[in-house]
Design a protein around this ligand. Structure first.
Ligand code: SAM
Length: 267
């Protein structure tokens, strides 16, 4: 196979997969990803309970599970959890963490847009920070509707990281400047190097929600896929308050001023 063929076969989905695989090693060291306080854990539990209720042995599919942070929250609440991700590096860490913590969470490799799971097989589907990076969210939501049991619920936690308010932009600039002179360490806590930041921006410019995943646009697509009783919850204050303790001042404020939300919908 020559270089040209290799390049042309490496599509956007491959690039997204490679990007997250490269971030797997440090993912759990970053506040906002892994949970670093019992306050934050409790706030996440509250959000899940509010929308999905206690697990009581119900089957949950945590899509784009990464290192399994949300999968563990669901397991805490008594769900029978399958975590699915397409990055082997993320899955390795997720399996290792579950082993260390003595949890029996099943982690499988798969594509959130085409899960290959049977029809009507899950009571709930969750995902955090996946929707903004989906190549084809319309197809994905139809797929999630197919896989859920009648009456099953999807809970999406995401945000619009493109259209940020002037205040958020200002805070981001301050955080970047403070990071440059070594005042804070988490200015670029996500993509850790300029190359990774460039890859992130290239991916973002090509995905469906390249203009930002506004809650209203996500709701429209969910309804078009057949979901009902769609609710948007923008009250993430308890989570952000708890996370703030592990962020620099600017980073905490930046997060709290972004358009972040949880959307719940029913089949
Ligand atoms: C920002 S991380 C979020 C991980 C986890 N949900 C969390 O909140 O801690 C994004 C994850 O989505 C996964 N991902 C992105 N698109 C995917 C897809 N179509 N199918 C499966 N996994 C996907 C990546 O491999 C990565 O692990």
């Amino acid at each position: 196979m020559n270089d040209t063929a290799t390049l042309s076969n490496f599509d956007l989905r491959d690039e997204i997969k490679a990007y997250w695989s490269a971030r797997a090693e440090t993912f759990d060291t970053q506040p906002g990803h892994e949970i670093f306080s019992e306050d934050e854990r409790a706030a996440w539990h509250c959000l899940i309970l509010k929308h999905l209720g206690e697990g009581e042995g119900r089957a949950a599919l945590d899509l784009a599970s990464g290192t399994g942070v949300v999968s563990h929250l669901l397991d805490d609440l008594g769900f029978r959890v399958t975590g699915m991700d397409w990055s082997e590096q993320m899955l390795e860490r997720a399996r290792e963490k579950a082993r260390t913590r003595g949890r029996s969470i099943r982690f499988v490799m798969g594509d959130a847009e085409n899960t290959m799971e049977p029809d009507d097989s899950y009571d709930v589907i969750t995902n955090r920070h996946l929707v903004w990076t989906l190549v084809d969210p319309k197809a994905a939501f139809v797929e999630w509707h197919r896989v859920l049991k009648p009456g099953g619920k999807v809970l999406i936690v995401d945000g619009d990281f493109v259209n940020v308010s002037p205040l958020t932009q200002f805070l981001k600039r301050l955080a970047t400047a403070a990071g440059r002179i070594g005042l804070i360490k988490d200015a670029r806590h996500g993509a850790a190097s300029p190359e990774m930041a460039e890859t992130h921006n290239r991916i973002l410019s090509q995905v469906y929600f390249s203009e930002g995943a506004r809650a209203e646009a996500v709701v429209d697509l969910l309804r078009a896929a057949g979901f009902a009783k769609v609710t948007v919850d923008k009250d993430m204050r308890a989570i952000h308050r708890a996370q703030k303790k592990n962020f620099s001042f600017f980073k905490g404020l930046e997060r709290a001023t972004q358009h972040r939300y949880a959307i719940c919908a029913e089949k």
